[in-house]
Design a protein around this ligand. Structure first.
Ligand code: FCB
Length: 472
């Protein structure tokens, strides 16, 4: 008997997500230091080796092959980002060769009936703006508006879905709190909130420009959502959700949910400048109430907030990916159905704009047999399906990522791809998960014989015997 298929809604978008700096590797960007990241990548104290010297995975030269890989996935959509630094060289100065590149990318996608979801900026700033204070300087927001209008002029008739920013919360945290990404400030809260305002102004100006161009275009941003959970509740495997007033673990949890997950969403909703929310989900953070954990000598916000982060392996008996991120698919369901988020969104649709599994290569032959990634996708899609059944209007899912690409401060080692890339020859080879994902997209659903949620007590979680393993 053929397996039953757990169907997704009609016209559901199936795709993968990428970002320009993580894949393109245009030599000019690195050599001419056109962007903040093309300089940052040289800093051995900040970016782990190997880095491939900014060549990433040479998508610039492999674009046609990469689109045919997308096509082979039976995907009907693709999320990519524009390379702001290569396109926009100074005030009112643009590079038309780069326009050509995106123009042919869009033509290729169209020829394969693949709907583009375009991210205007995915973390990386043109050098001429970053050296003047980046997002702290309101000038950057106006340059972003100019850039958006330029994109509309060239591509506006071919792109309906626009993502202004990728993860403003992660950008601010890494750039102004931990300092591991450009501009590299640590605990500079004045700058942090100036940059927050710059990002918000940029979003507002881009939203307005796009809506004026075509009011039917859909504009949102991609937010990194963690599932924050009170430790006391995380420990329970029963279906009975612990009322949050019953545990002080809620205190450190709720404040983080507000700051990290909700704040930027709320700002955009308040301006009525949001048609959809892009959700990037990777993991859960669970906190134990502990006011003593506060370290007054440490100016980091994380150190000031009460609470202690539970260890996923020791405290929660969970598995992690190669980066130590807890594997917790049910957190995607929880994040999507979070009461505060749902009321904030007032019914706006959601797209899962990123969700993926990282692995560190041990052997390029056996790594193609990535059963752990297959399981990751299955279980997260079940969580998405469950959220849809609970009434959340989820309209698409973009796996992060198509290719084994450049992972920011962690260099080339973490591999998230459905397609294996040899980082020297740039040869591409689809992994087992690639074929698995292509079948899901073809069926617009998940075959239930392969669906492997462990549904004991109705609280689905990873089965520790399932082959998902920690690789630290
Ligand atoms: C997200 C980023 C993306 C990638 C994944 C692993 O936070 O948006 O560029 O690095 O994490």
């Amino acid at each position: 008997m053929p397996p039953a298929i757990l169907k997704f809604p009609n016209k559901f978008y199936w795709g993968t997500a990428t970002a320009a700096f993580q894949i393109e590797g245009h030599p000019e960007e690195y050599l001419a230091k056109l962007s903040d990241w093309s300089e940052w990548i040289d800093r051995e104290d900040k970016v782990q080796r190997p880095t491939n010297q900014g060549r990433a995975v040479d998508h610039y030269e492999h674009m046609i092959e990469d689109v045919s890989l997308i096509k082979g996935l039976n995907n009907n959509s693709y999320r990519f980002s524009f390379n702001w630094a290569r396109l926009h060289r100074g005030p009112n100065e643009f590079d038309l060769n780069t326009v050509q590149f995106y123009s042919s990318l869009l033509d290729q996608l169209k020829a394969s009936s693949i709907e583009p979801f375009a991210t205007i900026v995915h973390f990386v700033l043109p050098k001429w703006l970053s050296k003047e204070g980046g997002w702290e300087n309101p000038r950057t927001a106006y340059a972003f508006e100019e850039f958006t209008k330029f994109l509309l002029k060239h591509f506006g008739s071919r792109i309906k879905f626009w993502i202004t920013h990728n993860e403003p919360n992660i950008f601010l945290g890494f750039g102004y709190e931990s300092g591991i990404w450009p501009p590299g400030y640590q605990n500079e809260w004045g700058r942090y909130f100036q940059a927050y305002q710059g990002l918000l102004l940029g979003h507002q100006l881009a939203y307005k420009a796009i809506k004026e161009y075509n009011s039917k275009h859909q504009v949102g941003f991609a937010q990194n959502l963690y599932h924050f959970q009170a430790y006391e509740a995380a420990k329970q495997s029963s279906n009975q959700a612990l009322p949050l007033w019953q545990t002080s673990d809620s205190v450190p949890t709720i404040i983080r949910n507000q700051l990290h997950n909700l704040m930027f969403v709320e700002s955009c909703v308040e301006m009525n400048a949001l048609d959809f929310l892009g959700v990037n989900y990777y993991t859960r953070f669970s906190y134990k109430f502990n006011p003593q954990a506060k370290d007054s000598a440490n100016p980091a916000l994380e150190a000031a907030l009460w609470g202690e982060l539970a260890d996923p392996i020791k405290d929660l008996n969970s598995s992690t990916n190669s980066l130590g991120w807890e594997l917790y698919p049910q957190g995607l369901y929880q994040a999507l159905t979070n009461k505060r988020l749902r009321s904030l969104l007032e019914g706006r649709p959601v797209y899962i704009t990123e969700n993926g599994y990282s692995h560190v290569e041990k052997n390029s032959v056996s790594d193609i047999e990535d059963a752990y990634r297959i399981k990751f996708i299955q279980q997260h899609l079940l969580a998405v399906h469950q959220a849809i059944n609970a009434g959340v209007d989820v309209r698409g899912y973009f796996y992060w990522s198509l290719l084994d690409n450049f992972e920011w401060a962690l260099g080339m080692a973490p591999r998230f791809g459905l397609v294996h890339v040899d980082h020297e020859s740039f040869q591409r080879k689809p992994k087992k998960s690639y074929h698995f994902y292509s079948e899901i997209a073809m069926n617009n659903g998940l075959a239930t014989t392969t669906a492997c949620y462990n549904s004991d007590h109705g609280n689905q979680h990873f089965d520790s015997s399932s082959g998902i393993h920690s690789e630290s």
